[in-house]
Design a binder for this molecule. Structure first.
Ligand code: 13P
Length: 254
């Protein structure tokens, strides 16, 4: 049985004060959730709020993640942040290869692979995002795209490291659009991802890996998605911004 994982990706939202307020509200609300001890919950605020959120989540069940890192340890890389830096800020997770970074900041599969390797080496759990565009899906290229993204991103990731990688399937057409993938559409890609990992690392390892879904997940559609065998949690954008909606979503996990 894989432990459910819910990750809130706040993207470029919230001042420090707003972040602290949301965490304080969340801490109060999540205490009412019956199965809270059986779920991992990670919050990924903007870099500017990480330090404040690290303190705000102390003594709670919430864990901290960053939304990106650079693969170099230090040096002349203006505007970038290393894994050691986010570790220093209390992060145990990092989102890598989000489609918004691929699209707006031209991140390549090779950049993403370097980020995965460096975070594993620093004992930070990478959340690797993969997913196809609407045009890819229309052209029936979904599985080809997913396969290529996995091959590149997981190059040189060893079998004793892979269960520390979380894979997030986020179809680009479902992100922020309100058009979530159906449980069937999500499950068939999750199964494909697990089979890819099985071919590369063997059944026992692939069976332990957590594969989460992202793209317009909310309190209403989460439970149907979670009923699928290979969906182990969610990467949540919009519905993670308000403590109330995020708590309701976690409550509705089945
Ligand atoms: P939405 O939940 O707002 O669609 O965003 C999904 C996402 O990109 C999470 O990383």
């Amino acid at each position: 049985m894989r432990r459910p994982l819910i990750v809130g990706n706040w993207k470029m939202n919230k001042t420090i004060q707003e972040a602290i307020q949301t965490i304080n509200d969340l801490k109060t609300l999540v205490t009412d959730i019956a199965n809270i001890n059986n779920i991992d919950i990670v919050i990924c605020p903007a870099y500017t709020a990480l330090y404040a959120v690290k303190h705000a989540i102390a003594h709670s069940r919430l864990m901290l993640g960053a939304q990106n890192i650079f693969w170099q340890e230090n040096g002349a890389f203006t505007g970038e942040i290393s894994t050691s830096m986010i570790k220093d800020l209390g992060c145990s997770y990092v989102i890598v290869g989000h489609s918004e970074r691929r699209q707006y900041f031209k991140e390549t599969d090779s950049d993403i692979n370097k980020k995965i390797l460096v975070s594993l080496n620093k004992n930070i759990t990478p959340i690797l995002c993969i997913g196809e565009s609407l045009q890819n899906r229309v052209d029936k290229l979904t599985f080809n795209i997913i396969k290529t993204q996995l091959e590149h991103a997981l190059a040189n990731v060893k079998s004793n490291q892979i269960t520390s990688v979380i894979i997030a399937y986020e179809p680009i057409w479902a992100i922020g659009t309100g058009q979530t993938a159906t449980p069937f559409q999500a499950q068939e890609v999750h199964l494909f991802i697990r089979k890819f990992c099985e071919d590369k690392y063997g059944y026992n390892i692939a069976d332990k890996m957590r594969i989460i879904y992202g793209g317009s997940v909310n309190s209403e559609n989460i439970s149907d998605l979670m009923k699928e065998t290979d969906i182990d949690g969610g990467l949540i954008g919009g519905a993670s911004l308000q403590a109330k909606s995020f708590t309701q979503l976690i409550k509705n996990l089945k």
